[in-house]
Design a protein around this ligand. Structure first.
Ligand code: ZN
Ligand code: ZN
Length: 305
């Protein structure tokens, strides 16, 4: 029976708690590919079917471009070190509207989405973008990088957001994940943006940990499980959902700042993808519009609803 004697706890494992990684950087190709696939699945049988199918095409074009563009020039090491030292995001959104590399991605992306079936307003917006002069494009990109959406240019904003996401995810993927540090609660440690939603992960080694997801650069970062991602308080945090039974998508509400952000229980449904499932769970947004709380998550694909 000597075999049993070997079944002893390994002393080196006692007391060891695996710490979930703080930042998970995007892999641009797989990120957009997975999002596109999820949109396709969600489109089946959804009231939002045509829109989700359109977004699947938008993300497929993102994936194809992310996989075919030549390697991007990484963010300079000194800039990264300086930003981290000063608790600033190393990916400087403010510099993007004038970046020649982003422009190239924008032009290539507009070409890539031209064959997609789309409603007339979207097609007209695409034409307008192709004819936009440099100053007009800079202005639109300034709105995109600031998450401010001009109501009169919603479809233009969607196309440019999608193109900018490719560029931002490619830049974020060059950062040293292990060196990134928290900036503020609810703030992307790569680009300084707000989360689209957060996910309770079932990822091995991090089961039950919560990650906030950035729609702009595709980074996921670890946050305390019960905490307002808008103001950082842990007091007066509650949960609301559209279903009465066990819900896998909830609104995390805050009685301090009266805002809410979606939380997706990916440990219960591994198929969840932050951006796609945010759009597809529009029903929760409609429910929350009838409450006193305002949405704090930002998703450029959900603007206009
Ligand atoms: Zn980000
Ligand atoms: Zn709050």
């Amino acid at each position: 029976m000597s075999g049993f004697s070997t079944v002893q706890p390994d002393p080196s494992m006692i007391g060891r708690v695996t710490k979930p990684p703080f930042a998970i950087l995007p892999q641009p190709g797989p990120l957009f590919r997975r999002r596109a696939e999820r949109f396709r699945v969600l489109a089946e049988g959804s009231d939002l079917g045509p829109y989700l199918t359109f977004l699947a095409g938008i993300c497929e074009a993102q994936a194809a471009l992310a996989e075919s563009l030549p390697p991007i020039e990484p963010i300079a090491e000194e800039q990264v070190a300086r930003a981290i030292e000063h608790k600033m995001p190393p990916l400087d959104r403010g510099a993007l509207p004038l970046s020649p590399a982003l422009r190239e991605t924008v032009w290539a992306y507009l070409d890539a989405v031209t064959p997609l079936p789309m409603p007339a307003p979207a097609s007209a917006a695409l034409d307008a973008l192709r004819q936009a002069d440099d100053a007009a494009l800079t202005e639109l990109l300034t709105h995109v990088t600031a998450d401010s959406v001009p109501f009169e240019a919603l479809p233009q904003h969607l196309f440019l957001s999608a193109a900018t996401q490719i560029h931002a995810a490619r830049l974020a993927s060059t950062l040293p994940a292990e060196k990134l540090e928290p900036i503020e609660t609810g703030t992307c440690p790569c680009c300084g943006g707000p989360p689209v939603a957060s996910l309770v992960t079932g990822m091995q080694g991090a089961e039950g940990a919560r990650y906030a997801a950035c729609a702009f650069c595709g980074t996921h970062w670890n946050e305390v499980r019960i905490k307002c991602l808008a103001c950082g308080t842990t007091k007066g945090v509650g949960y609301k959902s559209a279903e009465t039974t066990e819900a896998t998508v909830k609104a995390e509400t805050c009685d301090t700042c009266r805002s809410w952000v979606k939380i997706l229980y990916q440990d219960k449904n591994p198929a969840f993808e932050a951006v796609a499932d945010d759009v597809a769970s529009l029903g929760l947004d409609i429910l929350m519009q009838q409450t006193e709380y305002r949405r704090a998550g930002f998703d450029p694909f959900l603007i206009g609803y």
